[in-house]
Structures are given as structure tokens and as C-alpha cells.
Design a binder for this molecule. Structure first.
Ligand code: HAM
Length: 411
């Protein structure tokens, strides 16, 4: 028998209702903030990700699902931001729409070692706002992320923010780190010793306790920020506070993708264990230009849907379904029953019946298992009188209803 690939997941019928609820809630909230949906291919030229995420990042170095054919190397998208900027430019959205607010829901692929909350195929719900560098947009994006969590009924999350500054500030921070680290280098973990050479900023958010202790002694704070970036960060923090959004400034938050600058943020939840990020995002002011477009500010974020569903949420509370289950006794009743079923469904009442010719007792059990709110019983007696017996499964009460009034009565 075939098995699914490690790190992938079958989302079975008992789970899909939570997925649909989270997706529907997200679409509703995105509409309130005037974000429109974009759907890009899940497969792109691999070099798109090398260029944008950074050739020394973990995702590009170790986690890309690559597909080689004769001339090209494609990749299953590890994230959507690069694809969306590619699409924004390819479809001239900067000319036709200018400032653009987009959202997306869909699968992403990373060749990671699977564990709780870490899959090889996982799903993002994300947003990208392209065309403005204003701090007010950073505030909107972070408040939108929080609004989504509130609507998913998730509490107990923490919002951490930081500013990486502009390209020059990032370079200054990297240089300062490179200068202060050498004497501590041998005490860093093996990964960080490599990072010191290729991607020194990533040492800041290494999860290794010893590395964290060393980084803490560097007292980074916001010293690397130029006055403009400092002012921008200040505006973002004030704006968030004005909206009553609780956040923590974390000078060690640098994020794992190279395209970020200025504001970065991460939303964590302690119930998730070691993979504790529910979602994350930030500004990527140089990405549009790096992909051949004009100089435009942009910011976005993405939540991991599997992780949203791992923490306590109230997503399923209001989704109790109403199902009518029809049991027919005898052949004549069966063909009449099919018509009744059709009539109910046309009137937008969820209805089903027994397709296995079960006994009355067996069919009642099946109705119960299916979560039916009402059971309709149609036998020879009912058929003669043009009625059905309607049983309310909660109270157990049963009564006869004329077939012609059935839809109205059930509604
Ligand atoms: P990211 O931090 O790589 O950012 O991913 C965002 C979220 O996706 C994470 O916080 C986590 O919840 C979820 N996630 C990531 N990898 C996995 C995995 N292997 N298994 C399960 N869930 C996972 C981005 O991808 C950026 N594109 C976000 C962004 C949008 N920044 C600007 N715009």
C-alpha cells in the first residue's frame, strides 16, 4: 500500500471544517481591510527564490523542492512573497493598480525535518501590501494579523517586533557583529560558526541557548539604525500602542529571509513547543527593485495554518451542521424518498439518506453517526397519506408532516 510522503498530511473530512472556517474568517477580515485575493502558481523558476530569499539562507540551501528538466530548474514555492512580487511586476500591477493590497491562501513546500508544527507541505494565509513605505502601512499589517487571530478565537499569543533598518543599517549591524564576535566564535554552535562567515545576522536569532547568551552580551538594541529608520520604527511602535496592540521589541529578531528590512515581526504561541511561530512578516523595501521593478516599499506576513489549528481556538464553535437524514422502508418509499431529498436540497437544506439498505435500527444508528438533527422516516403508511414522520434527534419527539409542507416545516 502506498503511504503519504513524510512531512505531508491528509486533511481528512473531520478536519476540513476547521480549515474552511479559518479560511472563511480570513477572507472576511481581508475584505474589511480591502485586500484582494491573488493565486500564483505553486511552481516557479528556482532562481526566483535564490535571488530574493538569499542564496545563503537555510531555505535556499537545504529546503527547496527542486524539479530539474532539460534546461530549467523549477522549485515548489517555499513561500509566496517572492512569487507575488514576480506576478506584480510581470502583470504590470504597479502601472495598473499602483499601490496594491493582496492576500493569499495556499500550500508551501520546504524540505525540512518533520516534527510537530513543521511539515514539508504546509499552508500559508498571508497578505502583501506593495507600493508604500509609510509606517501607517506597517501598523495596518500588524493590526490585520492580530485581527485575524482574534477572529480565529486564538488568545495567548505574543507579538515581537524589531527594525533591521535599511540596507546600510543592516550592513552596519553585520559589520559590528563580525567585529565583536571573533573572540566568542568558538563558543557558538556549529551552525553559527558557518553563519558568521555567510549570514552573520542569523546568529542573532539562533535558538541554541549558548549562542543566545553570547548574543545577549552584545547589547544590540537599536544602535545600528540611521535617524530615518529610527523615526520610522518609532512611528510604528507609537501607532501600535495607539491601537492598543501589545508587543515586545526584540532586538534579536532578524528573520530567516534576506529580503527583509526595517520592520520585522513574529507572532509566537507557547503551546506550539519548539516551532513556536504562528506567523511572521516584515518589510521588504528592496525586493520590487531587485526583481527589476521600481523602488517601492512593501510589507506583508504569513500565518502557518497547521499551527493556527494546533493552538486552542474557537474555530469550530459555531459550525454545528444541520443535517436531515431520510430513512425509507420499501422500494416505493425509496423512489419517493429520492424526490423528497432532491426537493430539500434544492431548498438549501442539507439532506442525506441510507444507501446501504440498512434495517430501520441500523439506519437510525447511521443517522446518529452522521450527526443528523432530524430524521425523516418514509414507509408504506406515510406514503399512502402523503406524509413523512419527522423525528427531532435532540428531543426524541416524532410527528407526521405533510410532504408538501416539509420544506417549510424543516426550515
Ligand atoms: P516564514 O516565517 O518563513 O515567513 O513563514 C511564515 C509562517 O509559516 C511561520 O511563522 C510558520 O507559522 C509557518 N511555517 C513555516 N515553515 C513551516 C513548516 N515547515 N511547517 C509548518 N509551518 C511552517 C514567510 O514565509 C514570509 N513569506 C512571510 C512574509 C510575507 N513576509 C513578508 N510577507
Amino acid at each position: 500500500m502506498f503511504k503519504r510522503i513524510p512531512g505531508t498530511k491528509d486533511i481528512l473530512p473531520e478536519e476540513t471544517s476547521s480549515w474552511q472556517t479559518v479560511e472563511a474568517a480570513a477572507r472576511r477580515i481581508f475584505a474589511f481591510y480591502n485586500y484582494q485575493e491573488i493565486r500564483t502558481p505553486i511552481i516557479e523558476e528556482a532562481s526566483l527564490f535564490n535571488r530574493t530569499l538569499g542564496s545563503t539562507t537555510e531555505i535556499v540551501q537545504k529546503q527547496m523542492f527542486l524539479i530539474h528538466n532539460q534546461q530549467d530548474t523549477y522549485a515548489l514555492r517555499p513561500e509566496a512573497t517572492a512569487s507575488i512580487v514576480r506576478s506584480y511586476l510581470e502583470n504590470n500591477l504597479e502601472k495598473t493598480s499602483g499601490f496594491t493590497k493582496l492576500y493569499y491562501i495556499g500550500p508551501m513546500f520546504r524540505l525540512e525535518r518533520p516534527q510537530k508544527g513543521r511539515l514539508r507541505q504546509f499552508h500559508h494565509i498571508g497578505a502583501e501590501a506593495i507600493g508604500s513605505g509609510q509606517a501607517s502601512l506597517d501598523i495596518e499589517i500588524i493590526s490585520l494579523a492580530e485581527q485575524l487571530l482574534k477572529n480565529f478565537g486564538i488568545t495567548g499569543y505574543k507579538i515581537k517586533i524589531n527594525s533591521l533598518g535599511c540596507l546600510k543599517d543592516k550592513q552596519a549591524l553585520s559589520a559590528a557583529l563580525k567585529k565583536s564576535l571573533p573572540e566568542k566564535l568558538t563558543r557558538l554552535c556549529a551552525d553559527c560558526q558557518l553563519r558568521a562567515k555567510h549570514n552573520v545576522l542569523r546568529i542573532l536569532d539562533c535558538k541554541n541557548q549558548d549562542c543566545q547568551k553570547i548574543v545577549k552580551t552584545l547589547n544590540l538594541e537599536s544602535a545600528h539604525l540611521c535617524p530615518d529608520c529610527l523615526g520610522h520604527f518609532q512611528e510604528v511602535k507609537c501607532g501600535l500602542s495607539d491601537l492598543g496592540i501589545l508587543f515586545q521589541v526584540d532586538p534579536q529578531l532578524v528573520r530567516g529571509l534576506d529580503y527583509y528590512n526595517r520592520t520585522v515581526f513574529e507572532i509566537t504561541h507557547s503551546d506550539l513547543g519548539s516551532q513556536n511561530a504562528l506567523g511572521a512578516g516584515g518589510r521588504y523595501n528592496n525586493l520590487v527593485r531587485d526583481l527589476g521593478g521600481p523602488e517601492l516599499g512593501a510589507i506583508g506576513f504569513a500565518f502557518g495554518v497547521e499551527r493556527l489549528l494546533l493552538v486552542p481556538n474557537t474555530l469550530n464553535q459555531n459550525s454545528a451542521k444541520k443535517l436531515v437524514y431520510l430513512i425509507t422502508l420499501g422500494e416505493a418509499a425509496k423512489s419517493a424518498g429520492i424526490k423528497i431529498l432532491n426537493q430539500l436540497r434544492s431548498a438549501e437544506i442539507s439532506a442525506d439518506m441510507d444507501y446501504l439498505n440498512k434495517s430501520l435500527k441500523g439506519a437510525m444508528r447511521a443517522a446518529n453517526d452522521a450527526g443528523a438533527t432530524f430524521v425523516l422516516i418514509l414507509g408504506d403508511d406515510e406514503l399512502k397519506m402523503n406524509t413523512v414522520s419527522v423525528k427531532d434527534m435532540a428531543s426524541g419527539a416524532q410527528r407526521q408532516v405533510a410532504i408538501q409542507n416539509l420544506t417549510e416545516e424543516l426550515k
